[in-house]
Write a protein that binds this ligand. Structure first.
Ligand SMILES: NC(=O)c1ccc[n+]([C@@H]2O[C@H](COP(=O)([O-])OP(=O)(O)OC[C@H]3O[C@@H](n4cnc5c(N)ncnc54)[C@H](O)[C@@H]3O)[C@@H](O)[C@H]2O)c1
Length: 518
């Protein structure tokens, strides 16, 4: 099982292959270089002299030879178009396939800067180049076991180990390498990671060396009873009472004191086993205990797998306002098993689906089409949501601008949670109402109706009970995103086109909330 790097031209596969091979102490192989040697001319020249079909036939032959002969630790970089061959795609099945992402802009600039770049037949026309990139990405994504963003390979400590871990992981496990200002880490999504008997799958992918760093588990009583034995040896388990009402400073204090009494040091790490409440509290304790220890998230709700375990936001609620005390603290790794959602009560699953819906509205494209068609949410959708969130966080870890789009529907949603005492609505249910308000404020009549229909089909609330519009409006003013007098809203121009930082009149916000309460 070799490591095979795929991706569009200009993704930097040759450089990445050299770096990865150096880390693995092997020699890299590069199909473009070997093909040029065999044909006695550059790849660009051969494309012209042989014609595309002739070129692809020679390329296919060489790549199949390479894949068949590759040694287990070998690193092979493939030419961007080689995956257009069905035989190559099939043969990739026996290897760990790593997609190196590159944006069409970066790819274009890099290819045009290369010597003879403007002569490359597929890089003459920018629009055609962009269209080719989009088409190819769909193929690469289907094939990839691991997805690595631009500029992450090489310098990324831990990536090599994560890729090696994939070889022993349950079939179908995928890795997304997360990159943010505060750290880089592996995100694994795989059926069986947590639920497979014995928990060996999870431990095989563990991002930290457990012989040197002891694991201290923070969970809640429900989740600990179900899954704690799967985590292997633990120095301690602290099980909080379940639910949002316990996302408090007193829970954090219980964790800090428990860790201190058990002698946890900075060489050790916390494991957050549970939903968003556990993840936020455990992450906050990890950010603050002895000024910061690593945390590994093992998310067990849909909310946590698609959203809260990723991106490093941690914290607790105050009675006055939600998530008011917290810190940014990127995890050491995230291990998500979609099969763990089988034990999740239906109401929790539906509430989690709202975060999927929110992500799809932000992402647009294939993810939105899948949600709009109400297709079932499985590992693929979880992975797509994770990638959307991670891409946003990579661009803006600390909510300075673009990350605010992730708050779509959350300003009113959080306000509803606060005024109803964190008990009446689940987080996702409150966000469902918040999304309807945000779509009203965005002037999206038709989309609002469509979303309302989807919410109803999932048994989610579309009307607000237990709070009046004035109370909710007042609570939005305490939103921690407030800058000066007003809370900036995220509005939506269309699926895939969120607009952060919008000024909205109080009277319009009140009307959008009153409509829910009607
Ligand atoms: N940090 C972030 O970026 C971020 C993003 C989104 C949401 N959040 C936060 O996440 C929280 C909501 O998370 P949540 O919806 O996961 O709630 P949760 O953690 O309260 O979990 C919901 C319930 O499901 C139970 N449960 C969890 N996993 C289970 C399983 N596999 N089987 C059976 N029962 C299970 C829990 O015990 C709990 O009762 C909110 O506090 C929200 O603010 C944070």
């Amino acid at each position: 099982m070799a490591f095979v790097l795929i991706g569009f031209m200009g993704a930097g596969k040759s450089t990445a292959a050299r770096e990865l091979a150096a880390a693995l102490e092997t020699q890299p192989l590069d199909s473009d270089e070997l093909l040029a040697e065999r044909l006695g001319e550059t790849v660009a020249q051969a494309f012209t002299t042989l014609g595309e079909a002739g070129f692809r036939a020679r390329e296919e032959q060489l790549v199949l030879e390479l894949l068949d002969a590759a040694e287990p630790e070998q690193v092979v970089a493939l030419g961007g178009g080689s995956v257009t061959s069905a035989a190559v795609r099939e043969r990739l099945g026996g290897h760990v396939v790593v997609l190196l992402e590159v944006s069409p802009q970066t790819a274009w600039e890099r290819v045009r800067r290369q010597r003879g770049g403007d002569e490359r037949p597929l890089a003459r026309d920018r629009d055609a180049f962009t269209a080719l990139h989009e088409g190819r990405m769909a193929v690469y994504e289907q094939l990839a076991d691991a997805i690595v963003p631009e500029r992450a390979l090489g310098s990324a400590a831990g990536l090599t180990g994560a890729l090696q871990g994939l070889r022993g992981a349950p079939r179908g496990t995928r890795l997304v390498w997360a990159r943010a200002a505060g750290g880089q880490y592996p995100v694994f999504v795989g059926e069986g990671l947590l639920t497979e008997a014995g928990g060996g799958a999870l431990q095989g992918l563990w991002p930290l060396d457990r012989s040197r760093s002891r694991a201290f588990c923070v969970s809640d009583e429900t989740v600990a009873a179900l899954y704690e034995p799967q985590l292997g040896e633990l120095a301690l388990t602290i099980a909080l009472r379940p639910g949002e009402a316990h996302k408090t400073l007193s829970s954090a204090e219980r964790v800090w004191q428990g860790l201190a009494e058990a002698g946890m040091t900075r060489a050790d790490h916390i494991v957050a086993l549970g939903g968003g409440v556990v993840g936020d509290v455990a992450g906050f304790c990890a950010a603050t205990y002895q000024r910061g220890v690593p945390v590994v998230h093992v998310p067990t709700t849909l909310v946590a797998q698609v959203d809260s375990a990723l991106g490093g936001k941690t914290g607790v609620d105050l009675p006055q306002a939600k998530n008011y005390v917290g810190a940014y603290h990127q995890p050491a790794g995230v291990l998500a098993d979609p099969l763990a959602l089988r034990t999740l009560p239906a109401g929790e699953l539906a509430a989690g689906w709202v975060e999927v819906l929110k992500t799809a509205l932000i992402a647009g494209g294939a993810l939105w089409r899948s949600l709009a068609a109400d297709e079932p949410v499985g590992a693929e959708t979880i992975l797509a949501c994770a990638r959307t969130k991670l891409a946003v966080v990579a661009a803006d870890e600390r909510d300075g601008g673009v990350r605010q789009v992730l708050n779509l529907g959350h300003t009113v949603g959080h306000a509803i949670e606060v005024v109803t005492g964190y008990g009446r609505y689940r987080h996702g249910e409150a966000v469902a109402l918040g999304l309807l308000a945000a779509l009203r404020l965005s002037g999206q009549e038709q989309l609002r109706e469509q979303v309302r229909g989807l919410l109803l089909a999932h048994g989610l609330p579309v009307t607000l009970d237990g709070a009046g519009p004035d109370e909710v409006l007042a609570a939005t003013r305490r939103d921690k995103k407030r800058l000066g007098g007003r809370v900036p809203f995220v509005l939506l121009r269309a699926p895939g086109e969120p607009v952060p930082g919008c000024e909205v009149q109080d009277s319009d916000v009140r009307a959008a909330i009153a409509e829910l309460a009607a």
